[in-house]
Design a protein around this ligand. Structure first.
Ligand code: DAH
Length: 339
């Protein structure tokens, strides 16, 4: 076919398409011109027989023809290649189903906590999982003979590097880098050489909290309790309150352990809370003056509270998860139930 003949064929084809009376006619013209064995694909296949110097111009003309035919067919409501598929499609088949993912329960607890404390003016601070013994122990008033520093309790890398055993070192980092007032929570991953069983894992998550202010706004244990009570209600639902039990932590004085009323029995006593009506969720207290000295604060001119929650703990009681390992197995049959 010469270029001139091609031009005539193109005009002819467009006239035919314009005159097509119904969908069947359009379809048969589609097959005739651009179908798998149509005249345009045949021309493309025959390109190798066109003299080399004419090939570029000829190729261009064929492509232009193809585009014109496809445009004309589309205008008539006939498809291009898609039309061919549509004819084969079984319209009675069910549609394709895309599974929507869900957020992991630990992620949800962390995000929800950030939102709840955010409403109280807390921002989120971050710190590394590899820490110095100073940030993880010394500055937190934990002496070298303390059992938590033991080689069998902490993952050490030499003498100057360890996997943090708690999110509390982020308190130190935050105070070293900022002046009061400080109001932060620090969610993150922590590590201990625990053997893994239904309630322990060598690798778990905590949410640390720290509020420090100057003495024109002295901070009290009552402030701590009201903030944790607000958190308890927002996270676990109405009717959940907090109770403090005296305890000891090296970095707080006084120190308390924090219980929430059991969200299952609302305090009446059940299997989940071992009939006590309470569930332990956090450690907390007033920041010890020695900690303030370690970060260069004058304990006479600042005061503050700190707390540390176990994220797995909260997720397990909030969603009724009996085994901590379920949180790490990434079994979608389990995870998707919590979406
Ligand atoms: N770091 C403690 C732990 O891992 C939890 C904790 C207790 C954090 C008291 C605190 C606190 O900030 O004040 O067991």
């Amino acid at each position: 076919m010469t270029l001139a003949e091609l031009e005539i064929a193109q005009a002819e084809s467009l006239k035919e398409i314009a005159a097509a009376a119904d969908a069947a006619a359009v379809e048969s013209l589609r097959v005739k011109y651009v179908g798998r064995n149509g005249s345009i694909p045949a021309l493309i296949k025959a390109m190798k027989d066109v003299p080399r110097e004419e090939r570029p111009a000829f190729g261009k003309a064929v492509q232009a023809w193809r585009a014109a035919v496809e445009a004309a067919l589309a205008e008539k409501g006939g498809g291009t290649a898609a039309g061919e598929q549509a004819v084969d499609a079984d319209l009675t088949l069910p549609g394709r189903w895309w599974n929507l993912g869900v957020k992991h329960p630990l992620t949800r607890v962390i995000e929800e906590s950030a939102a709840i404390f955010g409403r109280l003016g807390f921002t989120v601070a971050d710190g590394p999982e590899l820490e110095t013994p100073f940030n993880n122990f010394t500055a937190l008033n934990t002496p070298p003979h303390h059992p938590s520093q033991d080689r069998s309790d902490t993952f050490w890398f030499g003498d100057d590097c360890l996997l943090r055993t708690q999110t509390s070192p982020v308190q130190i980092r935050t105070m070293l880098a900022n002046k009061p007032p400080i109001r932060v929570i620090c969610p993150g991953r922590t590590y201990r050489r625990d053997t893994t069983d239904a309630t322990h894992s060598a690798n778990f998550h905590q949410i640390e909290g720290l509020y420090v202010d100057t003495m024109d706004k002295p901070v009290s244990l009552a402030d701590l309790k009201s903030v944790l009570a607000y958190f308890a209600r927002e996270m676990m639902g109405d009717g959940v309150t907090v109770r403090f039990r005296p305890h000891f932590f090296p970095f707080t004085e006084p120190s308390v352990e924090v219980d929430f009323t059991c969200h299952v029995c609302k305090g009446r006593g059940c299997n989940v809370c071992k009939q006590s009506g309470w569930i332990e969720v956090a450690g907390a207290g007033m920041v010890d003056p020695r900690v303030f000295r370690h970060v260069g604060y004058d304990p006479e001119s600042v005061s503050g509270y700190a707390f540390g929650f176990g994220v797995e703990r909260i997720a397990m009681i909030k969603y009724g998860i009996p085994d901590i390992r379920w949180l790490y197995e990434n079994d979608v049959r389990f995870l998707s139930q919590l979406g």
